[in-house]
Design a protein around this ligand. Sequence first.
Ligand SMILES: C[S@@+](CC[C@H](N)C(=O)[O-])C[C@H]1O[C@@H](n2cnc3c(N)ncnc32)[C@H](O)[C@@H]1O
Ligand code: SF4
Ligand code: SF4
Length: 306
Amino acid sequence: MQLPYDVKLLHVEPTTHCNAHCPQCERNINGGMINPTVTVQHMDIETFKVLINEHRTSLEKVLFCGNAGDPMMHPEILDMMSWARYACDNFVTLGMNTNGSIGNVDQWRRMAGVMTKMEDYVVFSIDGLEDTNDLYRRGTKWSSIMRNAQAFIDAGGRAHWDMLVFDHNQHQVEACEQLAHKIGFRWFRAKETKRFKNPDMRTAYNTVLKPVEFRPRPTEYSEIKCMAQEDASTYVDAGGNQYACCWLASAENLNESWGRPFRNLPWDQLERQWDVQDTAHPCTRTCGQVGVTNVYKSQWRREVEF
Ligand SMILES: C[S@@+](CC[C@H](N)C(=O)[O-])C[C@H]1O[C@@H](n2cnc3c(N)ncnc32)[C@H](O)[C@@H]1O
Ligand code: SF4
Ligand code: SF4
């Protein structure tokens, strides 16, 4: 895919496998069966190497995350990280998002041994304490998450705690922040979810999953300021398909009306779509300016560095 910039930030989806089934995650339908639009697969490590080599001279960061899986499910995740580091002459920053419940102490210690740069980090997505986290992070195990985070931190890894705030866990934001500090996390961040856009989903889960401050999506946006362009980033899914960003890939997974053509869409064609100003278009919804910010950037409710 031709981009009007050299890629500095590469967002990779290493896999669409996951141990969890979070109700608003696009890999499954309401926390149940796998979404038929998602192919359950691991990224081939050779595909990953080609990708890194393609961008190695401009790359500043590789983010291992994705839309429909957990990076820790990939059996070669450590090799992928080591390869990226080696191929980029040790300069590249490594980041990863995970629910934290996968892997054992040995793997997490080795992860810390690979993620040695000051800027490297792992985001643990933990949405509450022991009694609430798995109301959303269904299928995860609290004791495994705590054990893994501790092993990573004790081995020198820099861990961040990201918490989604719902009705059922909003009373625990303070306590989670304190626990994060006590265990040795470097950051604690709490955010509201901008999902639950489907009213039926809100109804189905509103007893435990209503976001604390569900704000209807804005209906008016000013111009689009593309975050992918700002960050010089791109997104590659587990099948090796390239998109300008994860939000366009997400539209495809969710089978949205604008979804299909985003895969490898030439940049000039994408830019032309911005003129339409359709509020159903993912670019308008994500990067359309609302005041001085956009919906994505304004989701953080609390950000604390320890
Ligand atoms: C699909 S996950 C993939 C990475 C990993 N499995 C995880 O959950 O952290 C990508 C990001 O989506 C976030 N996420 C999951 N459910 C969400 C929701 N309802 N609203 C906003 N973000 C959500 C996760 O916390 C994570 O940061
Ligand atoms: S842990 Fe991440 S990938 Fe897995 S179901 Fe939850 S949000 Fe989706
Ligand atoms: S959603 Fe559209 S405008 Fe926003 S980062 Fe992605 S490509 Fe750019």
